[in-house]
Design a binder for this molecule. Structure first.
Ligand SMILES: C[S@@+](CC[C@H](N)C(=O)[O-])C[C@H]1O[C@@H](n2cnc3c(N)ncnc32)[C@H](O)[C@@H]1O
Length: 304
């Protein structure tokens, strides 16, 4: 997404703000630890994406890893502190995210971490890496063929490419079947569970009464990089790499159904747990039977 090409400037502005808004993540149901654990139980046999990566890499840390669009650096820093990598280079578009990532590494005395700001759409990768990762960020990239080609060239022999991401409809243009499930379930929920919050965490005036497709114009205005070619990710990954492990991770109903209302779901309450489990269980079952695609996925790939 070059400055002139696909709205990198607007995306950078959005992410410079988003990375410093406290609690901006609590709008999403999969940011609730209990929900994440239940998703890992359903789809990953109680492992986590990180533990699956760790198992694939083995017990010796790799020398050089590259995290693309790494945000505030949590994944990169986990690679270093968990002993998966000795050196990590991270690139992100957002200056504020890069600053937070650097500060975290410094305050925790973590060595071997280099952070750069840059647009992944235009990135040339000159060095070679044992591991390249995208965590919840490839869906922001327009130039998929370019960057995945760069990653393939940059992998050392035997090197690993890790992606955990949203791979659902481009620009979140939900299918009719998705919308039907989301709206049917929403209609069953009591009003106190449908109270909404704004992106900055403040209360929104009215409860959620329906789920609609977000107008395309909203993406251009708010973040032109959001889900810009997400539906193409799976095909381009499979064309460019050998996928050695793939795990669907759901989200096809629950991501948009609970977006803006997730803060209402206090999982200490057994009835709330039961509702969440029911939705997540049926979502998993519909995906397993091939009725729905999985909108999130985890890939471990090797260069061809
Ligand atoms: C949803 S956040 C994920 C951040 C991080 N990987 C994580 O899991 O917390 C998406 C990140 O992609 C970055 N991003 C978006 N477009 C980008 C681009 N063209 N080049 C580099 N980074 C980009 C944003 O700044 C943001 O930090």
């Amino acid at each position: 997404m070059s400055e002139t090409g696909h709205g990198a400037h607007a995306a950078a502005e959005k992410w410079n703000k988003a990375h410093v808004v406290p609690n901006f993540r609590r709008r999403f149901v999969n940011h609730i630890p209990w929900v994440r654990n239940y998703i890992h139980f359903l789809y990953l046999n109680n492992e986590t994406p990180f533990s699956i990566l760790k198992r694939e890499l083995g017990s010796t840390p790799v020398d050089n890893a590259l995290e693309l669009a790494g945000g505030r650096g949590d994944f990169s820093l986990a690679l270093l502190t968990a002993g998966l990598a000795r050196n990590v280079r991270m690139v992100d578009l957002s200056e504020s995210a890069a600053k937070i990532a650097r500060e975290k590494a410094d305050s925790q005395g973590i060595k071997g971490f280099v952070v750069e700001t840059g647009d992944v759409n235009d990135l040339r990768i000159d060095d070679k890496y044992d591991l390249v990762t995208f965590s919840q960020s490839l869906h922001h990239i327009f130039a998929l063929e370019h960057i995945l080609g760069e990653v393939r060239r940059a992998l050392k022999p035997g090197g690993l490419f890790y992606v955990s991401d949203y791979i659902g409809p481009t620009r979140m243009q939900w299918t009719d079947v998705q919308l039907k499930y989301m709206n049917d379930i929403l209609a069953l929920m009591p009003e106190h569970l449908r109270a909404q919050i704004n992106p900055d965490g403040s209360d929104a005036p009215s409860p959620k009464t329906s789920v609609k497709r977000i107008p395309l114009e909203t993406f251009e205005r708010v973040d032109p990089s959001e889900a810009v070619r997400s539906a193409d990710i799976d095909g381009i990954i499979r064309k460019t790499f050998d996928v050695v492990d793939f795990h669907p991770m759901g989200g096809t109903i629950s991501y948009e159904l609970f977006r803006t209302i997730a803060h209402n779901f206090d999982v200490a309450d057994q009835s709330v747990q039961a509702l969440l489990k029911t939705v997540l269980y049926f979502e998993h079952d519909l995906i397993s039977r091939g009725v729905l695609n999985s909108d999130f996925g985890l890939y471990l790939c090797r260069a061809r």
